[in-house]
Design a protein around this ligand. Structure first.
Ligand code: HEC
Length: 145
């Protein structure tokens, strides 16, 4: 019994270390390309967000591989990327920050990204998932097609 626990603890530590290496935010690239506005599909037009408070106006975008599943309201395939750009103005012209979600295997990796594309936080971020919980039945995606 004790031996089993020990082994599980070691495994957890190894998994945590691996995750730490993968998720080192400072040298990680944003999940979305710099030209996302010409390569991604707009999920919703520029609007005032009631939730993401850093930038009061937002536009959400989805990568080409995720569009069909999003429109069908089914589980998004691995590799899908969603980005919500946060803007200071009602025309959504000036970008302040981004939040992004990338499907890695069957789980989402959540990212917080500065306007200059510096990744400041990445991984299974509790603040993101707790607020997206009402959208869990829709694969954690809150914007309806
Ligand atoms: C206070 C609640 C709240 C928090 C915290 C939050 N979100 Fe959201 N998020 C929403 C809502 C609601 C939407 C739907 C669009 C809207 O109304 O702004 C959304 C939309 C998004 C979208 C566009 C796709 C979609 O689901 O509609 C992405 C990407 C996203 N959020 C990522 C994140 C990330 C990454 C974090 C953490 C860094 C985060 N969110 C934290 C509530 C939240």
């Amino acid at each position: 019994m004790r031996k089993t626990h020990h082994r599980i603890a070691n495994f957890a530590a190894a998994a945590a270390l691996t995750a730490g290496t993968v998720r080192c935010a400072s040298d990680e690239a944003p999940a979305f390309p710099a030209d996302y506005q010409s390569t991604y599909t707009k999920m919703a037009d520029c609007k005032k967000s009631g939730s993401h408070t850093e930038g009061p106006y937002v536009v959400s975008w989805i990568s080409p591989g995720g569009v069909a599943a999003w429109k069908a309201r089914t589980t998004l395939p691995a590799g899908s990327v969603l980005v919500k750009a946060q803007h200071s103005d009602a025309a959504c012209a000036t970008t302040l920050k981004y939040t992004a979600m990338r499907k890695d295997g069957s789980a989402w990796t959540w990212q917080q990204v500065e306007g200059d594309r510096t990744v400041t936080n990445s991984g299974d971020i509790g603040a993101c998932t707790s607020c997206h919980t009402p959208c869990k039945a829709n694969d954690w995606v809150c914007t309806s097609p």
